[in-house]
Design a binder for this molecule. Structure first.
Ligand SMILES: Nc1ncnc2c1ncn2[C@@H]1O[C@H](COP(=O)(O)OP(=O)(O)OP(=O)(O)O)[C@@H](O)[C@H]1O
Length: 265
């Protein structure tokens, strides 16, 4: 489904600040995999996701999504098949546009041609049905401007927009980290529901070890630009936070240094 081979991303190449953020990473992601990604600060997690999403050119390697080579595809083109949600709840929606206009744009990426254009009655009905699923009463506020929503409401809408067109791949970069604890739980549950119901292949960066263990069917740990652990199905089911920390220390050769990660234990 997603095949990454020998991926390398170097920032400030050829300068004294040269920094290899992703080092020769290979990863084979199966259709429907829900992979959580953990690792210390600067481990290369966001760089890996940004490389897949075409944010910048990579220095080496290949990225194949659904049998298509997307290694050199720009961010705009990748966005047609890849849904993304970021940490900042203000990032994924257009504030001056209404809920229905935002959602309509997201639906316009769908392969279902009859749903693509305009704000027809049937499209509104479908939008309301989608919004009902997130259970925040937004289905009654279709014409409200998005800038009037709370951070949590906006992040839920962003998540819905990122999944509504059934993307080939969903990339989540600490998408609940900026929310209050109660809202974060809601968004995490919504994530699991949307991903599982639609069988969306997903990579999710989190600093919360508990979430990393609980959510998804596979866990990847990164350190120094490399994948140091790739823990699958059954083995993942037996993981504990303590085990995971110990494993990190064994490979890293030192204590865990990520304050945010430790705080969320
Ligand atoms: N756009 C960029 N330009 C230059 N350097 C960058 C850029 N993005 C990331 N880096 C550097 O690449 C390295 C990996 O950063 P990255 O953001 O991928 O780590 P991360 O694992 O996501 O960390 P965190 O958990 O702190 O968000 C870091 O040294 C970072 O400073």
């Amino acid at each position: 489904m997603l095949e990454i081979s020998n991926l390398t991303k170097i920032f400030y190449k050829g300068t004294p600040n040269e920094n290899t953020a992703v080092k020769n990473i290979s990863l084979d992601v199966k259709n429907g995999d829900f992979i959580t990604i953990v690792g210390s600060n600067g481990a290369g997690k966001s760089t890996l996701l940004n490389s897949i999403a075409g944010v910048f050119p990579v220095d080496k390697g290949r990225i194949i999504l659904d049998n298509k080579d997307i290694t050199k595809k720009c961010e705009y083109k990748c966005a047609k098949n890849i849904g993304r949600v970021f940490q900042n709840p203000l990032a994924g929606t257009s504030p001056e546009m209404t809920i229905e206009e935002n959602l309509s744009l997201a639906i316009s990426k769908t392969k279902n041609l009859s749903l693509r254009w305009g704000l027809s009655k049937s499209k509104r009905k479908i939008m309301r049905e989608h919004l009902e699923k997130i259970d925040l009463g937004l289905e009654k506020r279709l014409t409200t401007k998005v800038k009037l929503l709370s951070g949590g409401q906006r992040q839920a809408l962003t998540l819905l927009m990122a999944t509504v067109a059934n993307p080939d791949l969903l990339l989540l970069d600490e998408h609940t980290a900026a929310l209050d604890p109660a809202t974060a739980i809601k968004i995490k549950n919504l994530t699991a529901e949307l991903v599982n119901d639609n069988n969306i292949t997903t990579l999710m960066i989190t600093h919360n070890m508990e979430d990393a263990i609980k959510l998804g069917n596979r866990l990847i740990m990164m350190d120094g630009g490399e994948i140091i652990y790739d823990i699958k199905a059954e083995e993942k089911g037996k993981l504990t936070i303590e085990k995971l920390m110990k494993m990190f220390e064994v490979k890293h050769g030192g204590k865990f240094t990520n304050d945010r990660m430790l705080l969320s234990v």
